[in-house]
Design a protein around this ligand. Structure first.
Ligand code: THU
Length: 155
């Protein structure tokens, strides 16, 4: 048996030091937090997609009393894109979240959202940049879903 190693490169930056394009996308994700419906977890997630025509698609987590019926903020945005804007490619997604105390809290995309992002990359034939806000001042930037889910399922 041979040991194999994967190296993941990612970037960490102050939000204020991002490119204007990336910073605006993070601000969109922060704004989207306000539309979260999260009475059960009290954890509110906002997401925003940047399309190649400069448009944004927003999402936020939407919960339900029948818990598994709810959906994460990332997939709300990605499925809204599929239903409304898929003629334009998604180039980036930003994710911001606030906890019960109203403080920024990091929310890496869950496995199901990553799998949907993988399919988005397959559809657009482009790598998806993932920007995760990790506290009130900083983000981590991942260039491609592969960075967060190196082994993903595809048919
Ligand atoms: N959630 C998201 O919307 N995105 C993530 O990346 C992780 C978790 C949601 C699901 C649920 O509504 C709440 O956060 C707590 O798990």
């Amino acid at each position: 048996m041979e040991k194999k190693t994967i190296v993941i490169n990612y970037f960490q930056s102050k939000i204020t030091e991002l490119s204007e394009e990336a910073m605006n996308l993070v601000l969109e994700a922060q704004e989207s937090i306000k539309t979260a419906y999260s009475p059960y977890s009290q954890f509110s997630v906002g997401s925003a997609l940047l399309l190649d025509n400069g448009e944004y698609v927003r999402g936020s987590n939407q919960e339900n009393a029948a818990y598994p019926s709810g959906l994460c903020g990332e997939r709300v945005a990605l499925f809204a894109w599929g239903a409304n804007n898929s003629e334009n490619k998604v180039v980036a997604i930003a994710i911001s979240a606030k906890n019960q105390k109203g403080e920024f809290a990091k929310a890496y995309p869950c496995g199901a959202c990553l799998q949907v992002m993988v399919e988005t990359e397959i559809r657009t034939k482009e790598k998806l940049k993932i920007i995760v806000q990790i506290n009130d001042q900083e983000v981590q930037v991942f260039n491609g879903v592969e960075c967060l889910m190196p082994f993903s399922f595809s048919l």
